[in-house]
Design a binder for this molecule. Structure first.
Ligand SMILES: NC(=O)c1ccc[n+]([C@@H]2O[C@H](COP(=O)([O-])OP(=O)(O)OC[C@H]3O[C@@H](n4cnc5c(N)ncnc54)[C@H](OP(=O)(O)O)[C@@H]3O)[C@@H](O)[C@H]2O)c1
Length: 252
């Protein structure tokens, strides 16, 4: 069975990835949908036509979820054509203030879970398989007041660069997508909406266009994809200017 695995499939970008995946990867016969909210995953499964869906309601911040996934992979022995590491969260707030769990949830989900799911899945991949890691423009330079979030996304981008090199000889391509802000639940979950001047003034990316561009980039084997000319320009600026300067304009 040729499958795709999508984390964070119950909302936002992840749901859109599930709906558009087969436009670019028609060989996928079954999609494993991972997130915590079972009912949202089941509703999405009902919308997916021409492909089987497997709903895996897992909390990826619970390390026990890695064992559940490992056992499922060992039992089914699928060919994983596409892995989309999309689950992520970002909380506005300074380190040292507020709830510790908010800071560690970002490292648990955006870093540890992404690493674990990738590690467990690679043995089931073959030449032509694809890994998509959802990073962010936050990976380009540290974002004060979302310092942990931007640090986790710097990890995702760096992880992608190294992994792409490691897996090249196996014919497996790895792509990081670096979108700007998108109007998804992310903004409410992270207490960002109405509380960040930067998020209020930045241009927003369209999740549908981000997903289409990402799937095309992954199919083409590109290592990085940054949607929109505005954020491509920001990426170049953040590469050229010292980060001691960029950090002033990148604060949330
Ligand atoms: N929206 C933006 O402005 C923006 C910008 C750049 C990058 N991104 C990145 O884009 C990705 C998708 O975000 P989004 O905007 O689509 O946000 P979203 O609508 O909040 O979706 C996040 C997804 O992650 C899942 N998730 C959260 N915690 C989880 C956990 N502990 N275990 C398993 N799944 C979990 C959520 O499902 P459950 O709640 O059902 O578990 C949901 O499906 C993230 O990696 C985010 O960092 C977002």
């Amino acid at each position: 069975m040729t499958i795709a695995i999508i984390t964070g499939a119950s909302a936002g970008l992840g749901e859109e990835f599930a709906l558009r995946l087969r436009d670019y990867f028609p060989q996928v016969e079954q999609v494993w949908l991972i997130a915590r909210r079972r009912e949202r995953l089941e509703a999405l499964a009902g919308k997916l036509k021409g492909v089987e869906s497997v709903v895996l309601p897992l909390d990826l911040c619970d390390k026990g979820s890695f064992a559940v996934l490992a056992e499922k992979l060992a039992a089914e022995k699928p060919r994983v054509a596409v892995l989309i590491n999309n689950a992520g969260c970002g909380y506005l707030g300074d380190v040292g203030q507020g709830d510790l769990a908010r800071q560690t949830t970002m490292t648990d989900l955006n870093v540890t879970a992404l690493t674990a799911v990738t590690h467990l899945t690679i043995p089931y991949m073959a030449s032509g398989s694809r890994i998509i890691n959802v990073s962010s423009i936050a990976s380009f330079c540290a974002n004060a007041h979302m310092t942990v979030y931007s640090s986790t996304k710097a990890y995702v981008s760096s992880f992608t660069r190294g992994l792409a090199f490691e897996l090249k000889k196996k014919g497996i391509a790895v792509t990081a997508v670096c979108p700007g802000p998108m109007a998804t639940e992310f903004l409410d979950v992270g207490n960002i909406k109405g509380n960040s001047k930067t998020f209020a003034i930045l241009p927003y990316c369209d999740p549908k266009k981000v997903v289409a561009g990402t799937l095309a980039a992954a199919k083409a084997g590109r290592v990085f994809y940054t949607p929109t000319a505005f954020y491509k320009f920001y990426r170049t600026v953040a590469k050229l200017l010292p980060h001691a300067i960029v950090v002033h304009m990148a604060k949330c």
